[in-house]
Design a protein around this ligand. Sequence first.
Ligand SMILES: C[S@@+](CC[C@H](N)C(=O)[O-])C[C@H]1O[C@@H](n2cnc3c(N)ncnc32)[C@H](O)[C@@H]1O
Length: 248
Amino acid sequence: MTLTALARRLLGRFVPRTPEIQEWEWYARDHVRNRSRSSQPLGAEWNTPERIGIDAPPEAVAERIAADVILPHLAHSSSVLEIGAGGGRFTRILARHFPRVIAADTSPTMIELLRREFAGNSGVATMLLNGTDLSPIADASIDAVVTYDVFVHLPAWEIFNYLVESRRGLVPGGRAVVHHSSTFTDLGWQKFLEDARRTALRQRPRGRFTLMTPDAMRELVTRSGLRVESMVVDVVRRDCIARIDRPS
Ligand SMILES: C[S@@+](CC[C@H](N)C(=O)[O-])C[C@H]1O[C@@H](n2cnc3c(N)ncnc32)[C@H](O)[C@@H]1O
């Protein structure tokens, strides 16, 4: 490991957690506390076809997104980093298709749930992130990055920092699939109005989407040194899923 990589890894541990990151930790702890009341894994509550605009029943939402958008773009990858793996809704699918999956998240409780679920699978590793960078990931060491239902909540600066970090961690020619909000679609605007109402009532900000469009995301991707291969807007019609590569 180079001196810069070692310094990055050590300093990365001391980044303070933001209130938004702490909210997700509480969400995970609530799930664990109430687990006896629900047999559903954490994340099943986000499979809502009518809200996200997908033509699939709830139990097939993640499989459909993976089959139509994620897997075809990552066809030649062997190692995949998932940013914000949460309760493992997509990790389960990635683990079936790729020999090495790193399921990363900022919430220690999410990481613990993932660690327990994949304890018997040597192809899946977990990684606690500081929410700012990918400091535990060495330069040019992974083939692909996937992030779903995470960047929808992040401000543009944090998205940009993750894109720059993804470029650093990806091998030349590596791929990424980045799901993000698209505020001005019909369903995106419905979500915006819901969040605006909750904000006016001073409700907790958990789950709020940040403002983003496919054009703005394209700019951020390009300015981070990556390249947009395609923007998929017709599978999850509320949002957008950017298929990206790192130029060789
Ligand atoms: C809505 S959940 C989505 C989880 C999973 N990707 C899925 O689709 O089921 C958002 C996840 O992102 C994580 N998260 C929030 N802020 C993050 C950040 N800055 N960096 C990495 N993960 C973050 C949360 O802890 C949570 O597990």
